[in-house]
Design a protein around this ligand. Sequence first.
Ligand code: UDP
Ligand code: MG
Length: 148
Amino acid sequence: MEQSFIMIKPDGVQRGLVGEIISRFEKKGFTLKGLKFLTVERSFAEKHYADLSARPFFNGLVEYIISGPVVAMIWEGKNVVATGRKIIGATNPAESAPGTIRGDFAIDIGRNVIHGSDSVENGRKEIALWFPEGPANWQSSLHPWIYE
Ligand code: UDP
Ligand code: MG
């Protein structure tokens, strides 16, 4: 089953959005396969965002991600990567539709509350970086009520 790496950024934690965000993924029917609360070091944040290292906003982005604790998660389910990105909304909250997490809870692109993997392959890489121990080994008993 497909997995995505989802992270509530420091602003989402500070603003008390952890429960609301987890709830949206849970209610959709996705399965929580990993969860940790941690503050990452600069070198780790730089590794997570390595693909963006040449971009002008990179340093500010790294400062933002290391500015406080984050909630790192693995969510599992059919099409969870693409659907997770829809639940999250467009990168710039000015363009995120109402009903999405960023559309409902963010204003500035540099404080957009949440990260979600943009492809299955990047999801695999991000999960390996953040969860070297691998996902939790459990199956939700709700499976037959969510999948036909
Ligand atoms: N970002 C920013 N300014 C920009 C573009 C991106 O501060 O002009 C930040 C923003 O927090 C975004 C993150 O960099 O979520 C990663 O950028 P990406 O293009 O991967 O967007 P995402 O995948 O998070 O939607
Ligand atoms: Mg991205």
